[in-house]
Design a binder for this molecule. Sequence first.
Ligand code: ADP
Length: 190
Amino acid sequence: MINLVLFGPPGSGKGTQANKLVEKFNLIHISTGDLFRYEMGNDTPLGREAKSYISKGELVPDEVTIGMLRNKVEAHPDARGFIFDGFPRTIRQAEALDALLAGSSTSVSALVALQVDDEEIVQRIKLRGATSGRPDDSDESIIRNRIDVYKSETTPVFDYYAQSGKSHSVNGVGSIGEIFQRLSDIVGQL
Ligand code: ADP
């Protein structure tokens, strides 16, 4: 089984690359951001709770996010593997993911981080905001808060998996095809 954590700051291209990796390596794509947007779109209790954090550029609380992720993984007992996109974003989420996978006698195979600098990210997200309709993409102070949260709460997850030699970094600037090649070179060796 390949269990890939696709990592990187907001707007680094995780969703775009995940869609291509899923096809090439026959994996199930789980994006916690997409799951929250689905719930918000349907105005469910979970969606309403998530919205109060997402609209400020904050993380949704771990217990909510972990429960949602667990349901999604358990819905695919026959998966050949997963791409986790936007999860784990805290050490507690990483520990929960490890425990969940251990329960199926598997584990995280690798974490691959897309590296993109802050100013490029802000420009990309604003451009996306013009067409995505995502309120959290339209306000520069919310975008900068997401980047700050990434640095303080999420980057420790890179170091957490680096301890077991699983963390890799890839240059996230270039054409979609070039970046896909860089990722595929790593995933192909797992
Ligand atoms: P981006 O990577 O561009 O920030 P996402 O779609 O991954 O976009 O996430 C959008 C928002 O959803 C995040 O800013 C956060 O509020 C929330 N979210 C997504 N994944 C998680 C997570 N694992 N833990 C907590 N909150 C999350």
